[in-house]
Design a protein around this ligand. Structure first.
Ligand code: NDP
Ligand code: OXD
Length: 306
């Protein structure tokens, strides 16, 4: 089995060495233009030149959960695209989102401001029942997040494309379900894949349907959000705030209003990091199974875009 590795934004050598150690029977090397044709590839956001060069690939294994950057390319025609499923990301996402929900609900941001002025003052406790949390996307990450938030006794609702049953979560699906989902949500969490159907899904029209004083947590992709619509709704007072981990342009430019907006919290696309060891172990397992013709999880439906 010959495997080529092409990962942008990261040092490639540890990925090559790790996968080689996990698959001693294979020949693993870093992709360079003109490299010999491989059977499988392990990639993150490769350039088009990589696909043009490796048209014979049978499988492309993405080192992330989201495949939006990959599916923008003209891919080798016969390659099956496989994404990471979980690989240590769902627990990170659950802790990140629970933290954001609780920080907002318990007004910890306001206490931080008080602390800076040595001010001792309590705020009146709020009712969890008044803060229903709605998770868009009930896949590997969304379900884990929804159940983690529910464990803190918030009312939790979830929305997906196909109908679902998730314990402790009121589930909605499809276009009709979306309106009902939004109308009863006060804290909105985005964990959708970025596809043609979900691009710009958080916009003035949809965010206006949330309960008054809603809070937005985007941990999926920057292009799910129409940034100017969010800013306008924050400034008009319909939205109470936002915790944003992903942006249309990353790194977020220093002059962007999100950095200084008092109601916006910014983190640098860090809500769930790809963990190298877990990811390599999962990809190696899947490559072996796939080469034996066995079914594997995380195969991407190129038509649906996720
Ligand atoms: P999954 O594919 O497991 O889940 C996707 C969910 O979204 C499914 O429930 C799916 O519905 C739903 N969905 C897709 N399209 C629609 C639609 N048009 N309408 C309604 N629901 C829809 O993905 P993961 O949970 O593994 O990951 C989700 C995303 O999180 C990734 O694509 C990535 O962009 C982002 N991510 C961000 C990270 C970060 O650090 N910020 C880290 C990792 C991932 P159905 O079940 O019916 O198919
Ligand atoms: C991913 C990401 O999609 O890190 O895995 O954003």
């Amino acid at each position: 089995m010959r495997i080529t590795v092409c990962c942008s934004d990261t040092k490639v050598a540890p990925w090559v060495e790790g996968l080689q150690a996990a698959l001693p029977e294979a020949e693993v090397s870093e992709w360079k233009p003109g490299a010999p044709p491989a059977d499988y590839a392990m990639v993150w956001s490769p350039p088009q030149a990589f696909c043009d060069d490796q048209q014979q690939l049978k499988g492309i294994f993405n080192t992330g959960a989201g495949v939006d950057a990959l599916l923008k390319l003209k891919l080798p025609p016969d390659a099956v695209v496989v994404r990471l499923d979980d690989a240590g990301m769902s627990v990170q996402m659950a802790e990140f989102v629970c933290h954001a929900v609780i920080r907002h609900f318990r007004e910890l941001d306001a206490y931080e401001r008080d602390e800076a002025q040595a001010k001792w003052g309590f705020r009146k406790p709020k009712l969890r029942a008044d803060f229903p949390v709605g998770v868009m996307g009930l896949g590997v990450l969304g379900q884990r997040v929804a159940q983690a938030v529910a464990s803190f006794e918030f009312p939790v609702r979830g929305w997906s494309r196909s109908p679902k049953q998730v314990e402790g979560v009121e589930c909605f699906s499809g276009d009709e379900g979306f309106r009902q989902f939004l109308a009863g949500t006060r804290i909105l969490v985005c964990l959708l894949p970025l596809t043609e159907d979900t691009r710009g899904i958080m916009n003035r029209a949809t965010l206006s349907q949330l309960l008054p004083q809603a809070y937005v947590i985007n941990v999926a992709r920057g292009a799910h959000l129409v940034e100017d619509d969010l800013l306008a709704l924050l400034d008009e007072g319909h939205l109470a705030g936002a915790a944003l981990d992903v942006f249309r342009t990353e790194p977020l430019p220093p002059e962007h209003r999100f950095w200084t907006h008092p109601k916006v919290t910014v983190t640098p696309h860090t809500s769930a990091r790809t963990l190298r060891e877990e990811s390599i172990a999962q990809i190696a397992r899947k490559m072996r199974a796939f080469s034996r013709g066995e079914p594997i999880a995380g195969v991407v439906d190129r038509k649906k875009g996720y």
